[in-house]
Design a protein around this ligand. Sequence first.
Ligand code: F6R
Length: 285
Amino acid sequence: MAPDRTAAALRTADIVERFVSSASPAALGIATGETMQQPLAEIAGRCQRGALSLASTEVYLLDEYIGLQPDDPCSFANTVDRLLVGPTDLSPSAVHALNSHNPDLYAECDAYERRVRAAGIGLQLLGIGTNGHIAFNEPGSSLASSTRVVRLSEQTRSDNARSFPDGAQPPAVAITQGIGTILMARELLLVACGQQKAQSVARAVEGPVTRSVPASALQLHPNVTVVLDPPAASLLAGGASTGDFGVVPSLDCRATGDDRGSPSVCREFRRGLRGRRDDGGYQRA
Ligand code: F6R
């Protein structure tokens, strides 16, 4: 794994650790997908080493494919079982997922939306699609949308085919929390790695807030951290300054495992209540 990507995973795990250690019970929203695998593995590793406990954490998933068998390893619920429940003290009953097998999907969406609102997500992890989606809110989604059934774009299906066994296509439909649902979380943490995310990151962070780039809705939230590896940050026009988000410090992180000892870098910036200056601007977190 590229050391810079490892640095981004370590930084993500640090932020999750800070959150779950300070809130009890902690309502943690998690995204799945390739980007999250290393951060979730790092969190699981900290639990196994006794440095962290998820015993008081309630986990809420963002989305799920419709049409996979309940035991399909590609389902997001099974991914979380494998990456977090198996190796940690997170209780299976503390994992809240969208049930895409409910024969009444509209009732499922309604009930899940209510459950997430009642929980009050404290920290929401997010990935981003190459087309700017967050969760499965594809371009064109209302920025006020709630949990619902959606049709996936061809771009997303072809991007996500890499997570499916040879030749298998991801389902065409899914169930997802809405952008409005996501924006209700107290704190958002967007993580992106790789050159293929550079354009959507730049549009989300520095472009206009628009439903054609769902992740641009993060500009409407008062407490957002963005963690990027350098390739994902490479198209940010401001370089060190990021428009609405303020300053981009470079973080030196110590990598672990094979990369132990070699410093690696991820880029992090935030707009947050803690970093807000009196003049309304934002300062380094
Ligand atoms: C999945 C989710 C998606 C992914 C996004 C990036 O739960 O919320 O929005 O975060 O599709 O996926 P990867 O990380 O596979 O590139």
